[in-house]
Design a protein around this ligand. Structure first.
Ligand code: HEM
Ligand code: MTE
Ligand code: MO
Length: 479
């Protein structure tokens, strides 16, 4: 028997405001989460469940089906729901909003199934300059929406010409097709390394929440001009908001915004992409149209794009306002003020070792070790050098940049400020004679001479974003 009092649903229902307390039920337990609401990483959506069951919401945001979340919840337990009320709840069917999600490649390492979040194995990632779409990392916050290409409409608002509505066909035929190769990286890439320093909240990404593709579509600039954009608009509007067609239980869509400058700049290369690697964009990556904002954090590259709004304000979405921001290592959930930090746009310099993987064993008889990895910087800044160490950072050598095609020299540099794609690099070095273990380290430098920090603790932040310390892997040498 339980030490907790039996509580009726009727009583739970009276606790649905901060004033009277916020109570919820989960699997027959009653929880008073009043104190947790302000600390919730998912923002005040949590209030939707006030006075009722968490189950239907967690079916949608299945990121909650993790042990650490359940542990967190258990701290707030205040009672058991009456047996009669538990029975009633069971008769309410919760259909699975993810049942129409597409099939995925079995090689992906799944971080979370619903919504689907997965990364490729690192050693596959560095095998091709262009990441095949099937293994391109996937980061969804919601179910993949079913969009019918024939009836698809893109609305463009906030310009003197009034609302412009384009079909997919019009987007493809009225505007010249432009192709760019651009790397997307999630702000949470390499979060697992921050977790090792001190627990953060977020998906536990390894080093592969980053991928590179060729994108084809209309330039956002051209579409905005057709919708009536002229330079005087820039006197009153500073942002371009994107709304996705993926919705949560309340009908709220995924949304984000970028600076208007980036959108209208001739060299910004922002696309309304309808092709990925030469084919229709796959369902997981935004079919039929997504924003591709090269040089900018993944979160602003809105998939399943439904609406574009030119505005004086940034997007009001949770993901623009209360997530994807960086904070001091000294800031924690009880002190964080999301308004005090800017939304992440351009990302900092990044690099990581894809081969060998941490814990790998190298045979002494092989005499050499080959180290491979990727390097990329945000804002179109070109990676100009990658340094690799086999002894934890005491001595260094410069890695070779690999070309996009095997066996060829690296191609010409991209135009200044438009280095949107990553560089793959490689070093082959003799195994040091005495060592029994290697601590392989890499660090990259971009053309602004930005460099990566050497360790994680000084850049730790509560949400685990912007994790770009020197990447280290340990390798054992077997005699
Ligand atoms: C994220 C806890 C209720 C919506 C999270 C995360 C935690 C958490 C720990 C971060 C998970 C991660 O990224 O690993 C809780 C607890 C709850 C609760 C303990 C109840 C007491 C709810 C409810 C809703 C909700 C009722 C919606 C109606 C979200 C959303 C996110 C989130 C939208 C962000 C997911 C993303 O980043 O994509 N929650 N949550 N949560 N939660 Fe909750
Ligand atoms: N767009 C919509 N509509 N919904 C989303 O959940 N996730 C964003 C962004 N665009 C997202 C979205 C995030 S956080 C990232 S990192 C990238 O999409 C991931 O893009 P990918 O799944 O094509 O790799
Ligand atoms: Mo992301």
């Amino acid at each position: 028997t339980s030490a907790f009092p039996i509580i009726s649903q009727e009583e739970v229902t009276t606790h649905r405001s901060l004033e009277h307390g916020i109570w919820v039920t989960f699997k027959g337990g009653v929880y008073d989460i009043t104190k947790f609401v302000a600390m919730h990483p998912g923002g005040d959506k949590i209030l939707l469940a006030a006075g009722g069951a968490l189950e239907p919401f967690w079916a949608l945001y299945a990121v909650h089906n993790q042990e650490h979340v359940l542990e967190m919840l258990s701290e707030y337990k205040v009672g058991e729901l009456s047996a009669e009320d538990v029975k009633k709840q069971k008769t309410i069917k919760t259909s699975d909003p993810y049942s129409t999600d597409p099939e995925r490649h079995p090689a992906l390492h799944i971080n979370n199934l619903k919504p689907f979040n997965a990364e490729p194995p690192p050693e596959l990632l560095s095998d091709s300059f262009i990441t095949p779409s099937a293994i391109f990392f996937k980061r969804n916050h919601l179910p993949v929406p079913q969009v019918d290409a024939a009836s698809y409409q893109l609305h463009i608002e906030g310009l003197p010409g009034g609302v412009l509505t384009l079909s997919l066909e019009e987007l493809k035929t009225r505007f010249p097709k432009h192709t760019i190769t651009a790397t997307l990286q999630c702000a949470g890439n390499r979060r697992s390394e921050m977790n090792k320093v001190k627990q953060v909240k977020g998906l536990n990404w390894g080093i592969a929440a980053i991928s590179n593709a060729t994108w084809g579509g209309a330039r956002l600039r051209d579409v905005l001009l057709a919708a009536g954009y002229s330079p005087d608009v820039a006197q009153r509007a500073f942002h371009v908001q994107f709304e996705g067609l993926d919705k949560d239980v309340t009908g709220t869509t995924y949304g984000a915004s970028i600076p208007l400058n980036k959108a209208v700049n001739e060299e910004g290369d922002v696309l309304l992409a309808y092709e990925m690697n030469g084919q229709d964009i796959p369902p997981d990556h935004g079919y039929p149209v997504r924003a591709v904002v090269p040089g900018t954090v993944g979160a602003r590259n809105v998939k399943w794009l439904g609406k574009i709004i030119v505005s004086a304000e940034e997007s009001s979405s949770h993901w623009q306002q209360n997530d994807y921001k960086g904070f001091s290592p000294g800031t924690d959930w009880d002190t964080v003020d999301f308004k005090s930090a800017p939304a992440i746009q351009e990302l900092p310099i990044q690099s990581a070792i894809t081969v060998p993987t941490d814990g790998a064993v190298v045979d002494r008889s092989s005499e050499e070790v080959t180290v491979k990895g990727y390097a990329w910087s945000g804002g179109g800044r070109e990676v100009v050098r990658v340094d690799v160490s086999l002894d934890g950072g005491k001595t260094w050598q410069v890695a070779q940049m690999r070309s996009s095609e095997k066996g060829q020299a690296p191609g010409p540099s991209p135009p200044p400020g438009r280095a949107w794609a990553w560089k793959l690099w490689e070093v082959t070095a003799p195994l040091p004679a005495e060592a029994q273990e290697l601590e392989i380290v890499c660090k990259a430098v971009d053309n602004s001479y930005n460099m990566q920090p050497d360790t994680v603790p000084p850049i730790w932040n509560l949400r685990g974003v912007l994790s770009n310390a020197w990447h280290r892997v340990k390798v054992e040498i077997r005699e």
